[in-house]
Design a protein around this ligand. Structure first.
Ligand code: NAP
Ligand code: ZN
Length: 370
């Protein structure tokens, strides 16, 4: 057996994770840029705890709290250039996947302030190493804190493109499940569905290894156990399990990347406002059904289902039911959405490789209403 695993992110998990790991900031510099969304980083307590710790360590901090959901490339470019002007040494993302992903791009632009927004994706133009990065997740979903991916919305707001480089891994992730306690039930379920999608898509990926598989199965089992209780409210033990699972699933996709539910979901997130996790889970049954058409996919789905204790038929019903996506489009609206996602790289990352006609078939089966 040959397998390698690379995780340059130090993970601090549990109550007080930030306090335990904060001395690492000292090695990163004297001026931190804190990147957050508009309200939740403060509301959940993470921002105040972070600012108090930085004050105690004598580290100056500047706040950029304008990250919106599905962060735009242009906003990150603007924030990165401003960070350069302000003399920032390192970047700390606090929030859900949007601020964490934005922090990665902002850190890259701050180190390369003269490049155009699109040049972020060009390693020949992005010549300087990204500023040191740290991540404090406040949702239990994306796993962005332990991977190098930064999913950004391209100008025009209709397509996402992932930026990733060898130096866009956070140096440390401070995963404290207490910060997720302010999430609504709906947001908790949607972000958990995202983490489940990561686990399932990673497990089935042709790139999975013995290490990513274990992380994926741990994550999927924990999430399935918690969600199948249909809790009205999530207690602290459930939140702890979901946070650990989301981080493990983030480690799994750091090895494999994601499969086709991700691009299929991007159009209905950007054009129709369906949150990312629900948008991925809406296509879970299609993902399982197509992959079952290959011997490899069938075997892997059987192993995955057995390990988490849920038959494929149950997953096919249960995941889309939790996603509760109810949209209807005419043929032109379907075409508009499919054409935006057909070029994604994720399609080759499954035992079954979807073709364009099949993407149309899936969209029509879900959404076509005369
Ligand atoms: P998000 O887009 O970061 O945030 C969604 C909403 O949740 C925002 O309104 C946010 O408020 C709020 N929120 C965050 N933490 C909260 C808390 N503790 N309590 C209450 N509300 C809270 O959500 P996300 O699902 O975590 O991230 C989705 C993004 O991550 C998408 O852009 C997706 O493409 C990307 N993604 C990245 C990866 C990766 O590997 N890097 C993987 C999957 C998805 P504020 O606006 O006030 O912050
Ligand atoms: Zn995702």
């Amino acid at each position: 057996m040959n397998a390698s695993f690379y995780l340059p992110t130090r993970v601090f998990f549990g109550d007080g994770a930030l306090q335990n790991g904060a001395p690492l900031f000292l090695a990163a510099g004297k001026h931190a840029l804190i990147v957050t969304g508009r309200t939740s980083a403060r509301a959940c307590g993470a921002l105040d705890e972070l600012c108090a710790l930085l004050d105690r360590l004598g580290i100056t901090h500047t706040l950029f709290d304008r990250v919106t959901e599905n962060p735009p490339l242009l906003l990150c470019c603007e924030a990165g250039k401003a960070a350069y002007e302000q003399g920032v040494d390192f970047v700390i993302g606090v929030g859900g996947g949007s601020p964490l992903d934005a922090a990665k791009a902002i850190a890259a632009f701050a180190a390369n302030p003269t490049i155009s927004p699109k040049a972020l994706y060009d390693s020949e133009q992005r010549v300087h190493s990204t500023l040191p990065l740290f991540a404090i997740p406040t949702t239990a979903g994306t796993g962005s804190e332990v991977n190098p991916y930064s999913v950004l919305t391209l100008p025009g707001g209709r397509q996402k493109k992932t930026f990733k480089a060898d130096d866009t891994w956070p140096r440390a992730a401070f995963v404290d499940p207490r910060y997720t306690a302010t999430m609504s039930r709906e947001l908790t379920v949607s972000t958990a569905l995202d983490a489940f999608a990561h686990a399932m898509e990673s497990y089935l990926s042709p790139r999975s290894t013995v290490f990513s598989e274990r992380a994926a199965l741990f994550a999927a089992t924990e999430i399935f156990d918690v969600l199948s209780l249909y809790p009205e409210q999530f207690d602290s033990e459930m939140r702890e399990r979901l946070s650990a699972a989301a981080t493990a699933a983030g480690m799994a996709i750091s090895v494999t990347g994601t499969g086709f539910p991700h691009p299929l979901g991007y159009s209905i997130t950007l054009l129709d406002g369906i949150p990312h996790g629900r948008a991925c889970a809406a296509f879970a049954a299609d993902y399982l059904t197509y992959n079952e058409k290959t011997p490899e996919g069938k075997a892997r789905i059987a192993a995955f289902s057995a390990a988490i204790g849920a038959k494929p038929a149950v997953l096919k019903t249960y995941l889309p039911a939790l996603a509760a996506v109810d949209l209807s489009f005419n043929e032109e609206e379907i075409r508009e959405r499919v054409e935006l996602i057909v070029g994604a790289k994720n399609y080759v990352n499954s035992p079954y490789v979807l073709n364009k006609e099949e993407i149309y078939d899936i969209y029509r089966a879900h959404f076509f209403k005369k």
